[in-house]
Ligand binder design. Structure first.
Ligand code: CA
Length: 228
């Protein structure tokens, strides 16, 4: 799915140019033309990154950045015409991740957006460890333990477990599970999910006939429950 970038800038021509380049680079773009609109659009659209002009009507870029920081760690790149301001912008107090000085080339904007996304995603991409009762799944190491004992799962079994465990309590249909683990779902293959779930239960459930974690939801499919 295309990453969404929020461009906050009141110069319409500039917005159109930046939007064009970002879209060409594969991003989805939403825009706001003043500071207040920026916060509204941000809350609705939940963009992956905000390109924020310093000089805006109603609420300037500094205040918008402060407001964003109160509610989110979204990466922010400030746009400024004031070179002497630039270093201050990325200061601790404000929490912007980078800045671009006007006039800039749209290519530079695309390159900076990519660089900041790479950097901030690298920070947040710590291997995640999921636990439920005696069950521990390390998404980074691709390992599973039951009672501190390592359990070998097939890649499909692992993916099924991880998807359900990341959404505890949510009932998945077999087609949804196939789609999640294979990136595509084929009708008629739904029953293969049952076979994988059966094998998965044999490996992680103390009593596979009375599963405590991977439960059948009659008429729907399966769900993961944390209750042990
Ligand atoms: Ca402006």
């Amino acid at each position: 799915m295309a990453k969404k970038i929020l461009v906050v800038e009141d110069e319409k021509k500039l917005v159109a140019i930046v939007r064009g380049y970002l879209e060409q680079a594969g991003f989805a773009v939403v825009t706001a033309s003043d500071g207040q609109e920026a916060l509204t659009v941000f809350r609705h659209e939940k963009p992956a990154l905000v390109l924020l002009d310093l000089n805006l009507p109603k609420m300037d870029g500094l205040d918008v950045c402060r407001a964003l920081r109160k509610e989110s760690n979204v990466p922010v790149i400030m746009l400024t015409a004031r070179v002497e301001e630039a270093d201050r912008l990325v200061g601790l107090e404000l929490g912007a991740d980078d800045y671009i000085v006007k006039p800039f080339s749209p290519r530079e904007v695309v390159a900076r957006v990519r660089a900041v996304l790479r950097r901030t995603e690298g920070e947040s991409a710590k291997p995640e460890v999921l636990t439920a009762g005696d069950l521990t799944v390390d998404l980074g190491k691709h390992s599973v333990q039951v009672h501190d004992r390592a359990v070998e799962l097939t890649p499909t079994e692992f993916d099924l477990l991880a998807v359900m465990m990341q959404n505890p309590g949510r009932a998945f249909t077999r087609l949804q599970l196939l789609d999640q683990v294979q990136g595509q779902a084929f009708e008629g293959y739904e029953r293969t999910v049952d076979a994988h779930i059966k094998n998965l239960r044999q490996k992680i459930e103390p009593d596979p006939k009375n599963p405590r974690h991977v439960l059948t939801v009659f008429g729907v499919g399966y769900k993961f429950t944390e209750a042990a």
